[in-house]
Design a protein around this ligand. Structure first.
Ligand code: DC
Length: 226
């Protein structure tokens, strides 16, 4: 199936399987996959290491100026801060628990948006996040809004952490998920919401094969291709 050079935006709550789905789309259609959340995580790691965010999430206004020296980009092995691969460091529970307040700061969002638009300039990309179809690429030709039940999402996140050797309590994982959902959908700048022209995909009871069949069908219908 020859898909035109479009932008596919995949938004939704955390742990709905956005990145798994977006990576599969990239493989299926030979697109470039870009993970916007990784940049918010990169800014969070940077703020933590520079001591510009306190344990109770008070953000030092000096972060704004400091961002000028922050070089975040994607390489073969994932996300980079300058020469350093930070792919592992940005996935810790510490970063996960501080990323939503960081992502709520307007100048942080402006910083990340500018990078995402630059990376996405050439099209043929699939980008996942919270506001790709509403703010970053409002003209994206295909927009997907992913949902799944809270229990299913918490279980997925829990399984992921256990697979990495962590020993979280299920209740804590669920609480962290609820807190992030709340902050992400209630912040003032670019809150998480479904774009009017996004197609909703509830994958609570779907296999990955079914998800791919769904997006193929959607693209075939939209562009009249086989
Ligand atoms: O998808 P993720 O869990 O890696 O995202 C990390 C955080 O970044 C999440 O709490 C919300 C925020 N985020 C955002 O506000 N806008 C995006 N486009 C992507 C992520």
């Amino acid at each position: 199936m020859k898909v035109p050079d479009i932008i596919i935006a995949v938004d939704g709550y955390s742990s709905t399987g956005k990145s798994t789905f977006a990576k599969l789309i990239a493989k299926e259609f030979d697109f470039l996959y870009l993970d916007s959340g990784a940049l918010y995580r990169g800014v969070t790691l940077f703020a933590r290491e520079r001591k510009l965010i306190s344990a109770d999430n008070v953000i030092d206004p000096a972060l704004e100026g400091a961002l000028a020296s922050l070089d975040l980009h994607f390489g073969k092995e994932g996300t980079f801060m300058g020469e350093r691969c930070i792919e592992k460091d940005i996935r810790t529970l510490e970063v996960s628990s501080q990323v939503s307040p960081i992502a709520a700061v307007p100048y942080v969002r402006a910083f990340v948006d500018a990078k995402l638009r630059e990376f996405g300039e050439k099209g043929r990309i699939v980008m996942d996040g919270r506001d790709i179809g509403t703010t970053v690429f409002p003209d994206a030709q295909v927009k997907v809004f992913m949902t799944a039940s809270e229990q299913v999402r918490a279980q997925r996140r829990y399984d992921e952490m256990v697979a990495k050797g962590e020993t979280p309590a299920f209740e804590d994982v669920l609480a962290n998920l609820r807190e992030r959902d709340y902050i992400d959908s209630h912040r003032e700048t670019s809150p998480l919401r479904r774009a009017a022209d996004a197609f909703e995909l509830d994958n609570s009871d779907m296999s990955l094969t079914e998800e791919i069949a769904w997006i193929r069908g959607l693209i075939q219908g939209k562009f009249g291709i086989l």
